[in-house]
Design a protein around this ligand. Structure first.
Ligand code: MN
Length: 429
């Protein structure tokens, strides 16, 4: 991916011209406490493929040396405890950048890099200590105005450049996402095989995590949800400490992270291997809504249209079931499914589960483009205490990862069983 990172930096340099972008790595320990594995900042990883903490990348368009990185220096003592560092001498070759400095020289070097550039792309508000250092550097350049030096007069969020770039996946990125997805789908199949009445949600969570790690994934991309019975109606349930009972539906929302790329898959299946008629009715309705939403995906449409396709099918179905008051058009207009479907249908997927990408700007909701990867994940959730009659306590969500192709959508997660027949087959002993 060496050349690919250089190409991404070149794309950024072209997009920010004239300007300078400052992108920090994640700080050591910033991701968690002692013993938690380090996870690189996604923007920094996207532009460098460099997995060490406490580094800063500075890209300056039009400069003789446009790509400069500040890194931790070599330190034999620390490296014995925490592993090797690339170091200042090794960084230019290892990362393909033009120059490297020790991190301690950021304060002295940054003002030079900010001289005579009109725009500074830097994300304020993430790390107040770094905010201070960057703003001090700007101030030091400003102080030299009478010597004919000008300082940045605009600080721009780098997401305005990195969001659109990161949302279009290259072939190399898609290959890594497909690997994350293959591992994830295998884990879902293993979970369907293992889940039985009497088995704990925790055991199924362990099955998922074992499959992820054995498959080569570094970690789950987000805390897995393993929800039996009415736990599936809690959207962000992650206690995973219940036990399945005969007749339960099991909702699993779990995906791994492979080479920093996330998969995000939800499947819902009957713990006994057969849907009851009430469960099947809801399941088929969500499945139809999911299919309609996937059908709606193509370049040029907005995520509102994809969401609307799901909402229309769900509304029609719930009106037919007598759970929502018709007529359908009025029910859609008044969002009457909202008590049962209260979240959005899609988000961008990539280096982050909720990936970089522009959902809307001054012109309104943004349009899908070829090469974007999004989730399509409608659901229906009936509280056990609600008025939903035979459907009370049922929670169903079906989530696929979908690539926007030139003329439609390509479902990347079809290795996870989804039709009623495929699920019943996958659950069979
Ligand atoms: Mn999702």
């Amino acid at each position: 991916m060496h050349g690919e990172h250089a190409a991404r930096r070149a794309a950024v340099l072209a997009a920010i011209h004239p300007g300078v972008m400052v992108v920090p790595a994640r700080r050591e320990g910033a991701y968690g406490g002692v013993g938690e594995p380090f996870r690189q900042d996604s923007d920094f990883w996207y532009l460098t493929g460099f997995d060490e903490p406490d580094a800063v990348l500075v890209l300056r368009s039009g400069a003789e040396r446009p790509c400069v990185v500040f890194v931790r220096p070599r330190d034999p003592e620390r490296e014995r405890w925490y592993g090797p560092r690339v170091g200042v001498e090794g960084a230019p070759d290892a990362l393909g950048v033009d120059a490297a400095f020790p991190l301690a020289e950021l304060e002295a070097e940054l003002p030079k890099l900010l001289e005579n550039v009109s725009r500074l792309f830097f994300r304020l508000g993430r790390d107040r200590r770094l905010d201070d250092r960057v703003l001090e550097a700007v101030d030091r350049v400003r102080a030299r105005a009478r010597q004919g030096v000008f300082s940045p007069h605009a600080i721009v969020d780098p997401g305005t450049v990195l969001g659109p770039l990161r949302s279009i996946k290259s072939a190399a990125e898609l290959a890594e996402m497909e690997r994350a997805i293959a591992i994830t789908c295998a884990a879902h199949r293993a979970a369907m095989q293992r889940a039985r009445a009497g088995v704990s949600e925790a055991e199924i969570e362990a099955v998922l995590l074992a499959e992820f790690r054995a498959g080569g994934a570094r970690r789950p991309a987000y805390p897995p949800i393993v929800a039996g019975g009415k736990n599936a109606t809690i959207l962000h349930y992650d206690r995973n400490d219940g036990r399945f009972e005969a007749g339960d539906l099991v909702l699993i929302d779990a995906g791994c992270e492979y080479m920093h790329y996330a998969a995000d898959v939800t499947r819902t299946f009957p713990v006994c291997g057969r849907f009851t008629s009430a469960q099947a009715e809801i399941y088929e309705l969500v499945l139809a809504a999911q299919g309609a939403a996937v059908q709606a995906v193509r370049p040029g449409v907005t995520l509102d249209i994809v969401h609307g396709a799901a909402v229309e099918v769900l509304t029609r179905g719930l009106v037919d079931l007598g759970l929502v008051q018709g007529p359908v058009a009025t029910a859609i207009e008044e969002e009457r499914v909202k008590p049962y479907y209260m979240h959005r249908t899609s988000h961008f997927l990539g280096l982050d589960v909720h990936d970089a990408g522009v959902y809307s700007d001054a012109e309104g909701p943004c349009r899908l483009k070829e090469g974007m990867v999004i989730t399509v994940e409608p659901g229906l959730y009936f509280a056990s205490s609600g008025e939903a009659g035979p459907f009370a306590g049922i929670g169903v969500r079906i989530e696929d990862d979908v690539l926007v192709s030139s003329d439609g959508a390509l479902v990347l997660t079809s290795a996870a069983p989804k039709s009623v027949e495929a699920i019943e087959a996958a659950c069979a002993p």
